[in-house]
Design a protein around this ligand. Sequence first.
Ligand code: PEP
Ligand code: MG
Length: 570
Amino acid sequence: MSNPKPGEKVIKGLTGSEGIAIGPVLVVDEKRKRIQPRKIKADAIYVHLQRFAKAKAAFLKELDELTLNLDKKTAEILETQKHIISDREIEKKINSVIEVELYDVEYAIYGTFNEFIERLRESGSELFQQRIVDLENLRDRLILLACDNDRELEIEKGTILVLQDISPTDLVTYHEKGIKGLVMDKGGVTSHAAIIAQSLNIPCIVSTKVGVRHASNSRKAVLDASSGELILNPSRAVLTEFKKKIRDLNKAQKAFIKAGERSETKDGFPFHLRANIEFQQELILANEFKAEGIGLLRTEALLFGGMSKRSEIEQDKYYDSILSGMSGPVTIRLFDVGGDKLHSQTPDENNPFLGWRGVRMLLDEKAMLISQFRSILRCAGKYPGRIRILVPMVALVEEVVQVRKVMEEVQKALMDAGIPIDESVPLGIMVEVPSVALLADKFAKEVDFFSIGTNDLTQYALAVDRGNERICSLYQQHHPSVWQLIKATVKAANENAVPVSVCGELAGNKLGALCLLGMGVNDLSISPASIPKVKEVLTSRSMLELRDFSEKVLDCSTTEQVHEVYGSWD
Ligand code: PEP
Ligand code: MG
């Protein structure tokens, strides 16, 4: 946008999901989220008093358990904490805020502790200042133990949500409540939340670093995600300008859909555009934009509540809902837990993206792998010829061999039990670790298909954490090294007659998709929202032109050069 008007403030970030939104702003500051003053009805007093009593008891128990294994000095600190929590004055005050003033338990704890903290702060004593941090920690722990996880967050429809980071499940919940835009201080352009925002057609910017800080006092904003800007307190002129842009975008999208009925280049080379999804809600857009099936079904959401809570029956229902909600092939990826997709069993690791992730976890957690295979194979029996199984985060040939062995054992057990299965379900791997691209001809002997995951391939080729906003400029999906790894994979796939597709975000980028098709990859799986624009661009060029284009890209040695080649085409 042009220079901001008085009162406006522009926050810059990176495009996580294109589009424009105008709406009220809601800042969800994780630290402050539960501490807004919230009144309760008289009949809820008892529940809130109970929640405080239980939180206090749970905290004291935690401290007791901790004290057992500590040296004397540290144990003494915990003893002091126990005294504070057991303090009669604090307890009386919290209970009275609930009973008399009719505030909920979170606010009662928050307000009461803050009063004490303020008194310490005003005392000016250096010693007391140090105690403030302890008290704040105590307060937050107590609030956490007392908080009601099921409490509904009320949201105005059309809200632009501003926060540090968000889990995929929370994002889907917020989407169902009607949010229209997402701004994250953290995360990279291929972080999990950004990918889901695309699928749900929610404009999103990431890596804003200061969004939460600056947006807290704003009522309204314009989110121009395509150019990576959040405009706080927009002037009337800016609102008018962006309302027009939204109308134009809607018109253009309708035109794309019409233009995109055909799936072949100008000179008749066919291509396939499939959808990447994780949640059932994403099927709506995938169907609307006529995706040719699901090229990547991420299944991690099944685990977010903790594996123990998810039975095989729930898995069965989930796969069935996807297969019945969409025609065409569906590639189901085995659980890719780890990295930025954590669940309750993921351990704390210094380098989660290099750690216990994907196939590494699956081979250790055999029961989980077997159960997922059982469920998918049963579903394949119901929908023969439509399911393919994809193994994530493979780095070694041995890993594929072991996974196939488990799959065959499960197939045999199901057949012995008389359960119908599809015996020829293809087993393929994600090509997302450079070792696989480099040894693609060896892997080709062991697998039925390749699916190139450029999001991780980029992070592992360039040694750049894809979710780290501090180094996000180094996360270059179009870097020549990524293109060379793709080239090596495609060559080995063709020589061994192994089908190859691309399911990373690179394929959802217009120029990335053009180059991939020029290299001979005609099977792309992308966010449903990207289908119309990619289809439009692929149908507008001939294969001859695309081959020439990709040769030029493959000749580059820097990302800047790649962008120059793109520039001459755009
Ligand atoms: C990828 O790594 O490119 C990919 C598609 O998988 P995810 O983004 O889920 O890691
Ligand atoms: Mg990946």
